[in-house]
Every structure is written in C-alpha cells, then in structure tokens.
Ligand binder design. Sequence first.
Ligand code: SMO
Length: 705
Amino acid sequence: MPKPKPNVRREDQRLIIGKGVFTDDVPLPGALHVAFVRSSMAHGKLLSVDVENACQVPGVVAVYSGADVAGLGVLSVNKILSQVREQPFPILAQGQVMAVGQPIVAVVAEAAKAALDASELVVIDVEEEQPELFNPSAGNAAAFEQWQQGDVDAAFANAAHIVRASIQHPRLAPSPMEPRAIAADFDDETDQLTIWLASQTPHRARTELARILDIEEENLRVIAPDVGGAFGMKASLYPEDVLVAWASVKLKRPVRWNATRSEDMLAATHGRGAFSRGELALDRNGKFLGLRAEIACPLGHWLPNSAIIPAWNAARILPGPYSIETAAISTKAFLTNTAPVGIYRGAGRPEAAMLMERLVEEAACCAGIDPVDIRLRNFVSANQMPHTGPTGTVLDSGDYAKAMDQLTGSKSYQMLIDACEDLRRAGKTAAVGIAAFVEPCGKGWESARVQVRADGHIVAMSGSSTQGQGRETAYATIVADVFEIPAEQVTVLCGDTETCPPGIGALASRSTAIGASAILQAARQAKEGSLSDVSVVYEAEGEAWGFGCYAALVTVDLETGQLQIEKMLCLDDAGTIVDPILVEGQLTGGIAQGLGEALLENIVYDDYGQLVTGSLSDYALPRAADMPEIDFLSMETPSPFNLLGAKGVGEAGTIGAPVAILNATYNALAQYGVDALNMPLTGEKIWRAINAAKNGKPGDEIQEK
Ligand code: SMO
C-alpha cells in the first residue's frame, strides 16, 4: 500500500497530563479491597492457617483460604511444545506452599488499610522443605521438544572448525510502570460481572474467567482501560485476578486489588533466566555446516498461559537469519520453587539471538574471518525466501545481506568506527560489536470492525488491545489513509469485550502485522463496498519475520570494570512501516530494556528460594541517563504473509541490543584474555573477569541457578 502519513501520537496528551484512566482510576463506589497473605517460604507443608484474629479487625468482610476456592476451574496453559506436563495450581495454597510470594489467604475489607492490617494477623504454619531451584541438567523437565534435520554428526566430523558458546541469561522482572491491577463489579440484578483489568488479552481473560468461575461468557465483560505497560507480564491471567473476580460474585459487591511493586517482584511473571549452549561446525571458508543447541528454561512454581513460549521461541528461532540445513536443537523447561516465569518482551527471541550471535562471533575469530564478512557468507539470501529452517519455521521475506551492507556502508557506521579509533588513541579500552537477528511476530488472526457514521466520522474497533504503544494512532492512520480523510475524523476503540470484536491481544509483536491488517481490510471493504458497517476476521498467511543488525560502541574502565555504551547504531527491517515515530519509540524502549538485561537487571534467589532482589533498590532498572545516543537506519521489505506487509518491531531492541553490547564487550576485553562473561555486565563482574584473566584463572563462572 502507498505510504500513510504519520500522525503525532494521539494518546500522549491525555496520558502526560494525568487524564489517563487506569484500572485503579475506575470509580467503583463501595468497592471492597483485597490484601493477600503470601508464603514466606519457598517450599513446605502447609500445616495450619489461622484467620481468627484477622476476621475480628473492623471493616473486614471476608477472609478466604485454599479450601474456599478449591472448587474453581484451573488456569490454562498454552501447550506449544509437544511434551508438557501440566501442574495443577490452586488459586490459594492448599496443603503445601510452592514459592515465596504464593498467595495463601485473601482478606477482603471495606478499605485497603483494614485489609492490610488484618492480613498481618493471619498466622500460618509451614513445615519447611528443600526448594527445587533451576538446574538445567536435571532430568525432570516439565516441557520438552527436539528438532533434528540432516546428518549432524557427519557435519561436525567434516568441520574445519567447531566453536562453542554457553549463555546464562539473567532472570528479569518486566517492571511495567503500572503494577498488576483488577477491579470487579458483579451486578446481582442482572448477573453481569464487569472486570477492569490491566491486561494485554482482554478477550482471553473473559474466556478463561468465564470457564474458571463457571459463568456464561455473555455475562462477563472485560475491559482493559489504559494499561501502563505490560511487556508480556500482563498477557496471562493470575490467581489473584481469579480471586478478585470470584469474591465480587460471591459477596455481590465491587472488589478491587492493586499489586504493590514488591508484590509484582515476588509473584508476577519474570522473564528470561534461560541457560543455553551450542556448538557450530564450519568449513575453512567460514560456511556454517551444522548446529547443535540445547536450551533450558526455568518455569517457576505454576504455569501461566504463556509460560512455555520462551522455551519454544529460544529453540525454534535458531539458527536465526542464517542458512543452516543440518541441526539438532532441543529445549526443556523446569518447574522451580520460585515466582512463575513467562513471556517478557522478546520471549525467547533474545535467547535465540544471543546464542547464535555468540557462536558466530566465535566462528569469525576461530576462522580468522571478519565478523561482518562471516555473517554475509551465511545469511539466508533474498532469493531463498520464503525459507524453511531446520525447526520448521518459515522466514517470509528479507534481504539480510543488503541490510548488513546498508548498515556497514552508512556514514553512521563509519563514524562509529572512527569514534572507536579516537577513543583508543586517547588510551581508552574501546570496541565495536555487531549482531544480526530475526524477530518473528505472532501468527493467527485478529478481527476488526469499521463503522462509517452519517456525518462521515469513522469508528474503527479492534479485537487487539493497547498498553501505551500508540496502537490507536497507528490504526487511525491506516483508516484515515484508506478514506483519504484527516486522522482526527477516526475514533479507535479497543480493549473492551463488549464494544470490540474478539481478538487475541497485544503480544508477540502481532498488533500491527495482524491487528492492523484486519483494520486495513475492514476499512477497504467499507470504502470500496460503500458499506457503513463492516466486520472482518483476518488471518495472516504465516509469521512475518523482522530483521535487524545492530552495532554498539563500548568502553571499559579497566580500573573499575565500568562498562559504558558510547553509541548504538541500529538497522531494522520491520516490513511496511505505518508510522516511523511509533517505530522509533518501540525501538528506543526495547533498546532500553535490552540494555537493562545487558548491564543492570538481575533477579536473584538464594539457596532457600528467598527473593533477594525484592524491590527497585536491589533490582536496577536502566534510567534515561544510562541510554546511549542511538542512530536508526531502516529498510522496508514488505511481508508477503499479511495484507499490510508489516512485520514486528516491538521486541527488536531487546533482541539486538544485549548481544551487540556483549559482543562489543568481548571484543574490548579479548586483549586481556577475558573469554567468559555473563550478563548483567556490572562493573564488579567485569573487574573480576579482568583480574581473574590476569591471574590466569577462569573468568566469571556460569551460574546455573
Ligand atoms: S513478551 Mo510479548 O507481550 O509477547
């Protein structure tokens, strides 16, 4: 389609001046408040729960424990791997506790303070047992799959070089600005339950809740109002959500709950934490002959809907943008006595890219080939597209070599190289690192409805939802472009199961590729067919694969180990771009989170399964001042697999940035003999690695926890 005209983000003014309406802002007169009593132990027998004193606190309406909600349905899990062992999971603990932070008791009171006060009077007795923590070499995987194509042993036997890499990803807390929040209002007269939920998936939440509470879907309305970021953490329904909805029906009163930041650190989903290792066989010209890879992911103590996705993506996306026909790849995921692990911006894509790109760097080094050159020799070429990889994924389109040429041929790249030389001449330890990656966006369908009002105003309704990405702006841009009217004449509705058609939601970088294709189709039909009300369900033909190559310039202070990202240069091919302002916003945010993984963030549990990093004073998020200068380049290769031709870009920064930074850091420290580094690359870790290498000791040990 011809290029739409970009619009300023229509959401911003309202949100910036505090006029947003988040779940906690929804007025609900007379609402009861919930406080959860959580397990302080990681694993043990639940011997007794004494709620008597809590019940006496003025304002307390009800105190619930496991037995009260034992009859409810269970949360479902997306069994995307061929072998998944389901873990029955109670809404409130019964018989045993499985993680620190697991809800055991829910106190419902007239005011939040009364609920909190009463919750402190609940007495819980647990007989502590040994917790199970993440052990990638354990035998009891809860989910498993493997792929094999070609004669892998022969490929390795014939190799001129074999290189290896292993990565321990830090475990991360997605940390959206708005923690989890839910408000539920049951109307006794009509049997209608209305839920406001900070969610990426309002329609799925409705289906799930209706099943779990055993009520008709028609009697349940789920509204995702303004949502203050999500990043995968709000894609799956939580036990706390179920409890609040159930309590509203049971008590016939409005009920609400907002998580504190610490409750989210304790009991919302974490991301990453995978341990991966691989080996790559190459011939003497640097051509990749075969790949072996094993992925192991931690799961936590229960399985949210998207729990298995990272283990799937981290494996099936290998070998990334490279043509490798011979491969053996396996993935496993393990239950642990910790908070649940789920999707977090990237959801396995960064894990896949990290392993592959470390192998490629090792291969370049080992074969004595320039890192850019070795990538160019091995990329899937444009004329091989669409290309089926060894795990069955189908790359739709792209010219990866041309993109890499465009990056390295750019003025910005030359400036990066020159800046590196200047820093070195000034006595600094500086290096450039590069990375190439692919970003699949979701498959399947989304729906849209476009209504043309008599006055020419247009209302576009999407089954997708939004959490601040600027989705309304993008959808309005598309509709305005089709009708050749100003975007101001288009109203966009999403995130409400009553006013919007069904949809899957805002996750897996699918909202533009699939959600906006649905909007485009409905808008075109309304325009061309002169219809005033058009509904479509749009199904993408396959996954659209974005591509990127990133370069990072870093310096290391050898005295302190402090790593500084001086500059980044990013080339992204996200297919058809609807709005470059939104794309740049997505890339910048993704890079900030990627930089957080690379440099700062790390969720730590001790040997007893206690969360050591339970607040933002122990868990370091990147701040504006940590961000480097970034130059953006772009290429547009439309996807043949969806109407709009768009690909995902929301996760690109989290995929490309960490590995470009890690590669640059290895390059900077190679001369000091440092050959093993793990993220986050804190000053202490790098300092230790430099000193260990000096003293001839192995570097940073892989922590398999
Ligand atoms: S991690 Mo995304 O919200 O699929």
